[in-house]
Design a binder for this molecule. Structure first.
Ligand code: SGN
Ligand code: CA
Length: 503
């Protein structure tokens, strides 16, 4: 509070507000701003058009809880302690960016998905989903300890709550508002008004959809293939059942739909009944069945994204109409990327490009001149130091991320920015069976080590092989690169104090 007292009311009001919108599993390939021509996200694209789009934006550990912990602390998972969803409980007594902003006079609020198990700390106000949350009439955990169902579709409810909070805030002090959506997490239940949206569209499969994982042992052993009915469940993900007989559906899925009011529930089942009728009539097998599953996945994901984009638009309209845009940093990102059929997959976790990446768009407050695309490599541990610096708060020396302020101000960064990022995924054994691994990515190369119950190294030349189909670790032509990348990895593990580093 001392820092706040030292600032005049005028200085207080000049510090930018921060609206941080983070979605769940919304991958860069599913935004038109990043080049998807099948799926329109006009409101998100507008943030990029008026601000900046990061082309090389990555996470440190591609999973919900760990990503959130990295963002809040500016530190890698092995330092902040939340390494995986299955056994993690976030230590809320540690230093976090919201706490530092709060101490400097910022109003701090968090709405939506939290997923860090312990109660949020460092927020003046919080109102969170429980665990993964629900799409229809979601249950919220309020700050006073009570829980209640909020009527409506989750993405709309979260935006309403965010706007309501901004309405009643102290308008003389800056704020940071975290808007954390459940969308577009599995199993992609659409807002009812968009049930029929995208149904006429055929989505193009990525070129490496039928990957056979040659030379990549961990990829051979995962459980996240669209083709496998064990992984992408017909009765859960594609919502297929015998028409009129929902008894074969996954109970978890039925429970989600049961939350709807009777009239809406009827609309819902009528729609998926027609899909299931059609499915039965076609009697698909082999590749045709996989193709059908892929189209169902894409269409439902796209519908969920549609509502998300509408709500980003609604939030931006509020900021615009209230004259707040000039003094607000708006950030749009996701907790990680996702596979949209690349390598034949859904889900994330792997250090391959689509889930290592996360979309990152920013609309900048006055005084930050950069516009357009930024290609420097950035990571979610960078958000905390960025927000702190923008708020005029000294960045503690134990924060591992780098402030993005020089990039946002348009300063020349050639030769001064980082030349590699570090990644470490810890959750195994677990759902989707992705082995533990760590690695380093430079502008051109990527070295990965899968460790626990296998011991496998992979090396990719992203320039020659952007879809990561050819592991060149044992290719003599890459011997020199391999050596350099090992050196880089050792350096980074030491620098980030990962206990897995070679002693
Ligand atoms: C759930 C999903 C998984 C997903 C994890 C983690 N299964 O367990 O497919 O990988 O969440 O996702 S589900 O049957 O419950 O849909 S994360 O984004 O929260 O990390
Ligand atoms: Ca996620």
């Amino acid at each position: 509070m001392a820092a706040m007292a030292a600032l005049s009311a005028q200085a207080q009001s000049q510090r930018p507000n921060i609206v941080y919108i983070m979605t769940d599993d919304h991958t860069a390939q599913a935004l038109s701003a990043y080049g998807n021509s099948h799926l329109q996200t006009p409101n998100l694209d507008r943030i990029a058009e008026e601000g900046v789009l990061f082309r090389n934006s990555f996470v440190a550990n591609s999973l919900s809880g760990p990503s959130r912990a990295c963002m809040l602390t500016g530190k890698h998972s092995h330092i902040n302690g939340f390494t995986n969803n299955e056994h993690g409980i976030f230590d809320g007594s540690q230093q976090t960016m919201p706490k530092l902003l709060q101490a400097a006079g910022y109003q701090t609020a968090l709405i939506g998905k939290w997923h860090l198990v312990s109660e949020p700390t460092g927020f003046d106000h919080w109102d969170i989903l429980i665990g993964q949350g629900e799409y229809y009439n979601p249950l919220f955990h309020h700050q006073d300890g009570s829980k209640s169902i909020e009527k409506g579709y989750c993405t709309n409810v979260i935006t309403d709550k965010a706007i309501n909070w901004m309405e009643q805030r102290d308008k003389d002090r800056p704020f940071i508002l975290f808007v954390h959506h459940k969308a577009c997490h599995r199993n992609w239940l659409p807002e009812l008004k968009y049930l029929r949206e995208y149904e006429d569209q055929t989505f193009e499969k990525p070129a490496n959809f039928w990957d056979n994982y040659e030379g990549r042992i961990a990829a051979q052993q995962q459980e996240m293939a669209i083709a496998s009915n064990h992984d992408m469940d017909l009765a859960y993900d594609t919502k297929a059942y015998l028409p009129g007989d929902q008894t074969r559906l996954s109970q978890a899925y039925i429970n989600y739909v049961e939350r709807l009011e009777p009239e809406l529930k009827k609309q819902y089942w009528t729609f998926y009944d027609s899909i299931s009728c059609d499915f039965k009539r076609q009697n698909l097998t082999g590749k045709d069945l996989v193709e059908w599953k892929y189209q169902r996945y894409m269409r439902d994901y796209a519908k969920v994204t549609r509502t998300l984009d509408d709500n980003v638009g609604r939030l931006m309209d509020y900021l615009r109409e209230n004259g707040m845009l000039e003094n607000t940093l708006v950030v749009y990102t996701s907790d990680q990327g996702f596979y949209m059929g690349e390598h034949g997959w859904f889900d994330k976790r792997f250090m391959y490009e689509e889930s290592l990446s996360t979309p990152l768009l920013m609309r900048l407050p006055d005084g930050y001149k950069r516009r357009g695309e930024i290609t420097d490599m950035v990571q979610n541990i960078d958000y905390a130091p960025t927000f702190l610096e923008m708020a005029g708060v000294k960045v503690p020396s134990d924060i591992q991320g780098k402030s993005l302020v020089p990039l946002l101000k348009g300063e020349k960064t050639i030769g001064k920015w980082r030349d590699a990022i570090y990644y470490h995924f810890h959750e195994y054994p677990a759902e989707h069976a992705v082995k533990r691994h760590y690695g380093v990515r430079t502008e051109r190369y990527k070295l990965i080590h899968f460790y626990n119950d296998i011991d496998a190294w992979e090396l990719y030349d992203l320039q020659e092989d952007p879809t990561e189909m050819k592991n060149v670790y044992d290719d003599p032509a890459y011997a020199k690169v391999r050596k350099q990348m090992h050196k880089k990895l050792e350096q980074m593990q030491k620098m980030y104090k990962d206990p897995i580093a070679k002693k």
